[in-house]
Design a protein around this ligand. Structure first.
Ligand code: PGA
Length: 262
């Protein structure tokens, strides 16, 4: 079973997520991180920057691969995920820009770009720690419902609910991208460790389906039930539809990981 950590509020869940990233950077300074974007991660990166400064932790040996990028947006487009990552994390730490990777949204041949990206992850030794959010429809990366559980990095059409959720990041007269390049579900499953963070009541149905529903392409995150090392960090609102919530809380009271053998 996944380790399911239910924290009192979003702030505590974000802190717990940032702490695990800091631990990974401290114990493996040349780690390869799989990074995510979205509203949920904004505070995680803010905490990460602040704490890394306090701890004098260097990112210089790290490599990173982001989950996805919008097709049609160049790296310098204000709403590209490259811009998001630069603004919210990379510009504030000493990670080497050439070690940070996202699919190129404006590649002339997006299918070829997907193959290149997938090959690069493998060539560089795979991902040590993959950070994930979850969509209200259960997507991870931009693997929308019906995505093959064996998929690799490729072009995906965005679900209508995803485009609606993303609209808030774009100007009212701006078109929201309809397609993305995203790591596949099998790409994500190959990461050696996965941390999924979800906060807020809007994610409660997706979290219940992912953790307690059948493994199904109807909820792509449910495939994580097969991953050997997943930590799910959620707040009480996102946990509110879990049937076995009391059980999870009895194992990890207050979201703390309890070790029976010290
Ligand atoms: P959000 O996106 O953090 O903006 O809710 C999460 C996701 O779609 O994976």
């Amino acid at each position: 079973m996944a380790t399911i950590l239910i924290h009192a509020d979003a702030k505590a869940a974000e802190n717990a997520t940032a702490k695990r990233l800091l631990d990974k950077i401290a114990t493996k300074p040349d780690a390869t991180l799989g990074l995510a974007t979205g509203g949920t991660m904004e505070q995680v990166y803010a905490i990460l920057i602040e704490k890394a400064r306090e701890l004098n932790l260097s990112f210089a040996g790290l490599k990173s691969f982001n989950l996805d990028e919008y097709i049609g947006l160049s790296a310098d487009h204000p709403q590209s995920y490259r811009t998001y990552m630069n603004k919210l994390l990379f510009d504030h730490v000493d990670i080497k820009p050439e070690n940070t990777h996202l699919p190129r949204g404006d590649a002339a041949d997006p299918a070829e770009e997907a193959r290149r990206y997938e090959a690069m992850i493998t060539e560089q030794g795979g991902i040590d720690l993959q950070l994930l959010g979850i969509g209200i429809n259960g997507h991870i990366g931009f693997n929308e419902p019906s995505s093959s559980l064996g998929s690799r990095t490729r072009i995906k059409k965005l679900a209508i609910s995803t485009m609606e959720a993303n609209r808030r990041f774009f100007k009212p007269d701006e078109a929201v991208p309809t397609h993305a390049l995203t790591m596949g579900i099998a790409t994500i499953m190959q990461a050696r460790k996965v941390i999924l963070l979800a906060t807020g009541a809007a994610k409660a149905d997706a979290i219940a389906a992912a953790l307690e529903g059948p493994v199904s392409t109807a909820c792509p995150a449910s495939v994580l039930q097969f991953h050997p090392d997943v930590t799910v960090i959620i707040d009480e609102d996102a946990a509110s539809k879990l049937k076995l919530r009391d059980f999870y809380e009895s194992i990890h009271p207050g979201g703390e990981e309890v070790y029976f053998v010290k």
